[in-house]
Design a protein around this ligand. Structure first.
Ligand code: ADP
Ligand code: MG
Length: 339
């Protein structure tokens, strides 16, 4: 008797959802990345109950053509790559074509979208992977996606989530990184109808860091820059006095993507070593521009990690700019011996 079955599309999407959207934060990340890929210059993110009952992302990007709407929600459907070779020339944040199909498989999604060239827009409803409706409506240019009742049909997954407050905190951290990684985009982050974070989108990194970290941190930052050769990097590093007991302050971005990379983390920590106490970590906000052919971004389902082909160069340059910048600065606060 034959026991093996090929799973149906919806089951496959629910399994993929476990990898791609394991919690509300991942939904927000995927949707914002889509807005960024759609060239939005203003993105509003609203959440309620830590994103569990309600997530709404509104952008002013390219919108989606009517015929592409149902396609966008199919697994492996993407406008961003055509062949595996394209993987080594990735300029977009997305490329796997998995996010919308995964999200729609485990929630109730409402999409409202309009291309600027089109006279009207469309509203599309898909719940638990099942299409409900596609209708013409009047709406502004760009795309709004509402995700309601995440994991409503996969209660086992819901059980793994933390409290609404903790989940909202995770989304807040993500928003900070996304705002930092895209200083040219004006973001608004609204939690339970209250505006929590916003950025002007004036493309000034220093302003963005001020908006997120406030005055006390921003005045302790030093500018770094290295623009020669294959690895371009610029940004701000903190004086050792603003170190932290965890790595939350250590951020870096490659081609606009917030990532974690062992080599860069090590380079930063090695360069700061002479100035840091044990178990203290520095502030960095470094922006790398590296030719996409030297990167492999396809090593992690959520694209949080990335492989560098020229990791020796990246290590050297990172160490060098930090060491040179810290050397010669008066880094230890002046302590006067006489009151
Ligand atoms: P990917 O981003 O990997 O291509 P997604 O499932 O996230 O896959 O999105 C599928 C497709 O839907 C995208 O390739 C894009 O063409 C379209 N799309 C999704 N979100 C937006 C948006 N906010 N604006 C315009 N197009 C979008
Ligand atoms: Mg995407």
């Amino acid at each position: 008797m034959s026991l093996i079955r090929i799973l149906d599309e919806n089951t496959i999407n629910q399994i993929a959802a476990g990898e791609v959207v394991e919690r509300p934060r991942a939904v927000v990340k995927e949707l914002i990345e889509n807005s960024i890929d759609a060239k939005a210059t203003a993105i509003t993110v609203e959440i309620k109950e830590g994103g569990l009952s309600f997530i709404r992302i509104t952008d002013n990007g390219t919108g989606i053509a009517k015929d592409d709407i149902p396609l966008a929600f199919m697994r492996h459907a993407t406008s961003k790559i055509r062949t595996a070779e394209d993987l080594f020339d990735i300029k977009s944040l997305g490329f796997r074509g998995e996010a919308l199909s995964s999200i729609a498989a485990v929630s109730q999604v409402e999409l409202i979208t309009k291309e600027p060239s089109s006279l009207n827009g469309y509203r599309y409803i898909i719940e638990g992977g099942e299409e409900k409706s596609l209708e013409e409506i009047g709406c502004p240019d760009g795309t709004t996606i509402i995700v309601r009742n995440l994991f409503f049909n996969t209660p086992a997954r819901r059980k793994f989530l933390k409290s609404a407050k903790t989940e909202a905190g995770y989304i807040n951290d993500l928003m900070e990184k996304l705002i930092m990684s895209h200083p040219g985009i004006s973001f608004r982050f609204i939690v339970n109808n209250k505006l929590i974070l916003q950025s002007s989108g004036n493309n000034n990194i220093k302003d963005v860091l001020y908006q997120i970290y406030g005055r006390d941190i921003s005045k302790e930052l030093l500018y770094v820059k290295h623009f020669a050769g294959d690895v371009k990097v610029s940004g701000f590093i903190g004086k050792p006095t603003i170190s932290r007991g965890n790595r939350n302050f250590m951020n870096y971005f490659i081609n606009g993507r917030y990532i974690k990379n062992y080599i860069i983390t090590k380079a930063i920590e090695d360069a700061y070593k002479p100035y840091m106490m044990q178990h203290k970590y520095p502030f960095t906000s470094l922006y790398y521009e590296i030719d996409p052919s030297l990167l492999d971004v396809n090593v992690h389902p959520q694209k949080l990690e990335l492989k560098l082909k020229n990791s020796d160069d990246v290590y050297e340059i990172t160490c060098k700019i930090i060491k040179e910048t810290l050397a010669g600065k008066e880094l230890i606060p002046h302590i006067s011996l006489t009151e």
